[in-house]
Design a protein around this ligand. Structure first.
Ligand code: ATP
Length: 201
């Protein structure tokens, strides 16, 4: 099956785009959701994270305190690598299993940090949802009720826009309003169906 990796910076519109593909009947697998499932209470990855980062990464109910862990690894490369070593092999395994269970011409695998994580081997093509940085910041500030500096900080920790665009096979421009996504997205859908029908991965 043709696997299209969908990526983009924070607030670029990945969810807006993948929701629309899903409405068109395309199976969507989201690695962020897989990552959340993997750290549910009782999961081995959660125990490994608690071992590696301490029990204060858990809240009083024994659930992962995601914002505390995020703060913890934000400026700590070794910590981030440790966390990735716990999560990434598991995310890959779950994603591969879910893809193998699908029967559809193509599917979307949403990997927000595709340019950063080297999960390129999971996908046949890369679709980058792209928006100007000022627009990303504006959307994230509105959605998450955060300050400009906080949004800037998150953006600065991600791959730069040009690094993401360098790995793109296709680009979905999301700089206008949501209605403007419709036509280019429908065109991409037809494109992927054609590629899948031709067996061109
Ligand atoms: P994240 O990386 O944080 O998960 P994302 O790339 O999935 O973000 P979305 O959640 O789709 O981005 O969009 C971020 C916010 O901006 C949402 O509140 C969404 O409704 C809004 N948004 C997305 N695209 C547009 C647009 N073209 N016009 C106006 N608002 C938009």
């Amino acid at each position: 099956m043709l696997v299209v990796g969908l990526t983009g910076g924070i607030g670029s519109g990945k969810t807006a785009a993948s929701d629309r593909f899903a409405q068109l009947g395309v199976p969507v697998i989201d690695t962020d959701l897989i990552a959340r499932e993997l750290v549910e209470p009782g999961q081995p990855a959660l125990a490994e994270i608690a071992d590696a980062f301490g029990m204060d990464c858990l809240d009083s109910q024994g659930r992962l305190d995601r914002s505390r862990l995020r703060e913890r690894v934000f400026m700590d490369d070794a910590g981030r690598r440790k966390l990735e070593a716990i999560l990434h092999p598991r995310i890959r395994a779950v994603a591969r299993n879910r893809i193998a269970a699908l029967s559809a011409p193509y599917c979307l695998l949403v990997i927000p940090l595709l340019a950063e994580t080297g999960m390129m081997d999971l996908v046949n093509r890369v679709l980058v949802v792209d928006a100007p940085e000022v627009e990303q910041i504006r959307r994230v500030m509105t959605r998450d009720q955060i300050e400009d500096v906080q949004a800037q900080r998150i953006l600065a920790a991600q791959a730069r826009r040009d690094q993401r665009l360098a790995i793109a096979d296709d680009i979905l421009e999301n700089s206008g309003d949501l209605a403007e996504l419709e036509l280019p997205l429908a065109e991409l859908h037809r494109h992927y169906l054609r590629l899948a029908a031709n067996g061109s991965l």
